[in-house]
Design a protein around this ligand. Structure first.
Ligand code: B12
Length: 436
């Protein structure tokens, strides 16, 4: 029987900032593949080891190995590809996800093919046709290669570079729900309970973001916002509850953009007694919606406030003001919703005085959690286009580092010290009783 393996090559790092979620992309593709009758298994490496993956993959003996990749998983992706070439030389190797979408050429040689962008329909159709055609890497040219959206091949004497696709709302409504059956839910829930007291998992309701922040890369879903059908969303939430989760982490780029949709979601989830959290924006949120969010179980919002300096927000093309950010934080907090705020410090063109404005803002607002990062030029962002590739020899793939990967006038040790001092002041503010 022909088989497809989907690998999520993240091996947990146990970093303090680590957030563990099963890969929704793999679950989405597994559902589509199984719907087409293709035998599929997801290999989520989160709780495993590289050697375990080698053993499991070799035992499964797939005809196609699809590997998800993004900027922080580059080294792991290539290591998996090398292992597959050695242990399963007959398998066709395919890459997909954010980084292969932006730089498909970097995967050529290591992989036989790349799928760029939304691969919900194209990759499963390709797999179905490939196995139906005898699953032979040398006969890949016999397939109707121009018909698979986002397919990129620059190997096997072929050159295919198909345009990416964005599925419309009507098409999204016909898709099966993500198939989470291959994940180790007990392990995920144990970690979440230990860290936060709730059993949380991710879900995605809207795709795309209309804003154009200078530091952001939107390789998969792009600018056009599309909403999933809420009946399907609630069916998915019922499945998630059935797996033992009691809380949702909504992974949408900005879930609070469309107030009527958000309000309808709130009315539906209120009846389920499920907690939830999401990313929000400084602008475009009203007190009535915030109250509705709270009543429906919203526990926490994550706000990308980014900076306390209006000039820096301009450099970032954030399209929101410092005042709007402060107002949003207060609005959520007043309603009883916790607020976690992200800030970026050391933006190219930013002065140390502007950075100080960010520290002052972070300590003046009613926030429950704060974090500071230096800008990471993500492939696919305008910042990356401007700065070019990061400095030679600097590891820019790590998570949440305070290390400049591009030439900067800002003194890195000063910045680290100021971040540490601000974090300490924030922690002390939250523990007034401990001061004696
Ligand atoms: C949830 C999320 C996380 C979660 C969990 C990730 C997880 N376990 O899935 C957490 C919070 C841990 C996280 C952390 C980070 N993340 Co993140 N994350 C996201 C987010 C918001 C949603 C991902 C998601 O679930 N999408 C829904 C599914 C359905 O989409 P998908 O995975 O893209 O899958 C589709 C396609 O990619 C493709 N596909 C997927 N897999 C495969 C496999 C094959 C073989 C094929 C052919 C196709 C394919 O088909 C799918 C269906 O269309 C995205 C932004 C976004 N809107 O996508 C950022 C995003 C993926 N993250 C990003 C980044 C940078 C990070 C961090 C490095 C941030 C940091 N500095 O700390 C860390 C590193 C994490 C790590 N451990 O490696 C970037 C990646 C940029 C890039 N060019 O590589 C994104 C795009 C955000 C952004 N705008 O910049 N992240």
């Amino acid at each position: 029987m022909s088989r497809v393996a989907l690998v999520f090559p993240y091996f947990r790092t146990r970093a303090a900032t680590e957030l563990l979620f099963p890969p929704l992309g793999a679950a989405t593709l597994a559902a589509q593949l199984r719907g087409l009758g293709v035998h599929t298994r997801v290999f989520d490496c989160t709780f495993g080891t590289f050697e375990q993956l080698r053993t499991d993959l070799t035992t499964y003996h797939p005809d196609i190995v699809g590997v998800y990749s993004m900027v922080s998983l580059t080294a792991n992706t290539l290591r998996v590809a090398q292992m597959v070439r050695t242990s399963l030389p007959q398998a066709l190797l395919v890459a997909g996800g954010p980084l292969p979408t932006v730089f498909p050429g970097r995967y050529t040689g290591h992989f036989d093919a790349v799928f760029r962008g939304e691969a919900d329909v194209s990759f499963p159709s390709f797999c179905r046709d490939y196995v139906a055609g005898g699953a032979s890497p040398t006969r890949i040219g016999d397939l109707p290669l121009n018909s698979y959206g986002g397919l990129f091949i620059a190997d096997h004497g072929l050159h295919v570079d198909n345009a990416t696709v964005h599925h419309g709302e009507r098409e999204l409504a016909t898709f099966p729900l993500p198939d989470r059956s291959d994940f180790d839910h007990a392990a995920y829930q144990k970690e979440w309970l230990r860290k936060s007291g709730s059993k949380t998992t991710s879900i995605i309701l809207t795709l795309g973001c209309p804003y154009g922040c200078d530091f952001c890369s939107k390789p998969i879903f792009g600018n056009a916002v599309r909403r999933r059908d809420l009946d399907a969303v609630f069916e998915e939430i019922a499945q998630i509850r059935g797996l033992g989760y009691d809380s949702l982490w909504i992974a949408d780029d900005t879930f609070t953009l469309d107030e009527p949709y958000l309000a309808e979601f709130c009315r539906g989830i209120a009846a389920l007694g499920m907690g939830w959290s999401c990313l929000s924006r400084a602008n475009g949120i009203t007190p009535a919606t915030v109250r509705l969010m709270k009543e429906s179980g919203c526990r926490r919002v994550h706000l990308g406030l980014e900076s306390g300096s209006q000039a820096t927000l301009g450099l970032m093309n954030k399209q929101a003001t410092v005042e709007q950010g402060a107002r949003a934080a207060e609005l959520y907090r007043k309603a009883g919703i916790e607020v976690a705020a992200f800030f970026i410090v050391g933006y190219p063109g930013e002065t140390s005085a502007a950075i100080e404005e960010t520290f002052t803002l972070a300590l003046s607002l009613p926030l429950d959690e704060i974090s500071f990062n230096v800008p990471m030029p993500l492939p696919g962002s305008k910042l990356f286009e401007r700065l070019g590739a990061p400095d030679e020899g600097k590891d820019w793939t790590r998570e949440n580092e305070v290390t400049f990967v591009f030439p900067s006038d800002i003194d890195e040790s000063w910045l680290r010290r100021r971040i540490d001092e601000t974090m300490a002041a924030f922690a002390a503010r939250r523990r007034p009783a401990a001061r004696g």
